[in-house]
Design a protein around this ligand. Structure first.
Ligand SMILES: O=C(O)CCC(=O)C(=O)O
Ligand SMILES: [Fe+2]
Length: 349
């Protein structure tokens, strides 16, 4: 399933190489990108300290909040997560330095295949797209084996620390989610082999855009893993599709934004739907987002959790799929809503 590598210049280079007032026609998208509702005050907030509390009452409150957040939104903010603010800032600063490296230096990390451990590029999949996205990226597989570009100096160490911390948070959240589904806390962890779980680090770089209404940072999509954790440089751009509207997501300072992703929808047999989101761009500031995708081990076959099934009332709604195959399929096609997940849904006659 290897896609040919198509050389497309980074958006950063495009913006810096000329005094652009109009975006090139191959970056123009027809989708309107306004958000219907600019307030995101109602996005659920989870207090992580309650989830890890020894007090069963406090933990029960956290599980209740998790259930509601996963069921009603598929996106929530996590506060009191214990990841130092200075570490989050250092990851953003290191990312800025990485993208500021000469283009030739970054080429060294281009990668060829969708499962190469380090890949740096632009858009999403330039071999499949008619219109490119206003986004450059660095994607790295960081667990169970940590890979990373060796420059700029110090970036790798900082990202390693951040990835360790974010993985611990994700695992605790997934323990809570397992419980919220009526399973043992460790059920999901064991069933999906999280000890060897694949964690992917993605740095998204969205340069200032002279015509932001015509461009798209990333189109509407759901994420491929179980949970996604996102932080950004406090520049707005993430939008969530909620009850038929696009909502601008403004994260609380120092919070983590968490998305429920496709494999959690499968595992929960559709109880927790993966959310649909997109990234829009602006004409004032470069936006950087740091995303970690948390999934099972690559060889895990994901299917609805058996205790949640009953052949009469709730039969399996999704076919089994190996994570490696799902990831490869997701990454080698166009980013297009929930089209990958649709392919493994079992149709009712
Ligand atoms: O940059 C963002 O806010 C969203 C990024 C995203 O959705 C992704 O990398 O999958
Ligand atoms: Fe995403």
């Amino acid at each position: 399933m290897t896609s040919p590598v198509v050389e497309v210049a980074s958006v950063k280079r495009l913006v810096e190489s000329s005094d652009v007032h109009f975006i090139p026609s191959n970056y123009v998208h027809s989708t309107t990108i306004n958000a219907d509702d600019h307030s995101s005050n109602s996005i659920p907030v989870l207090d992580f300290s309650l989830l890890i509390s020894n007090d069963p009452h406090q933990r029960a409150i956290a599980i209740h909040h998790l259930t509601q957040a996963c069921q009603d939104w598929g996106l929530f903010m996590v506060v009191n997560h214990g990841i130092p603010e200075s570490l989050m800032k250092a990851v953003i600063d290191g990312t800025c330095e990485f993208f500021n490296l000469p283009e030739e230096d970054k080429q060294e990390f281009a990668g060829k295949h969708v499962l190469d451990p380090i890949r740096c590029g632009t858009s999403f999949n330039t071999s499949k797209e008619n219109a490119f996205f206003w986004r450059d990226y660095l994607k790295v597989l960081v667990h169970p084996r940590f890979h990373f570009p060796y420059k700029p100096q110090g970036y790798s160490d900082i990202v390693w620390e951040y990835c360790e911390r974010s993985r611990q948070v994700a695992r605790k959240l997934l323990g809570g989610i397992s419980e919220s589904l009526g399973l043992e806390e460790s059920f999901l962890d064991k069933a999906l082999d999280l000890e060897l779980g694949l964690q992917t680090f993605v740095a998204n770089y969205y340069p200032r855009c002279p015509q932001p209404q015509l461009a798209m940072g990333l189109p509407a999509h759901s994420d491929q893993g179980l949970l996604t954790i996102l932080i950004n440089n406090q520049v707005e751009g993430l939008q969530l599709q909620h009850q038929g509207k696009w909502i601008q997501v403004n994260a609380l300072p120092n919070s983590l934004l968490v998305n429920t992703a496709d494999l959690l929808e499968i595992f929960s047999n559709g109880k927790y739907k993966s959310n649909v989101h997109r990234a829009v761009v602006n004409n004032k500031m470069t936006r950087i987002s740091i995303v970690t995708f948390h999934g099972p081990s690559l060889e895990t076959i994901v299917s609805p959790a058996s205790p949640l099934l009953d052949s009469d009332n709730s039969p399996a709604a999704y076919g089994p799929v190996k994570y490696r195959d799902y990831l490869e399929f997701h990454q080698s096609n166009q980013l297009d809503g929930k089209s990958c997940l649709e392919r493994i849904k079992i149709r009712k006659n």
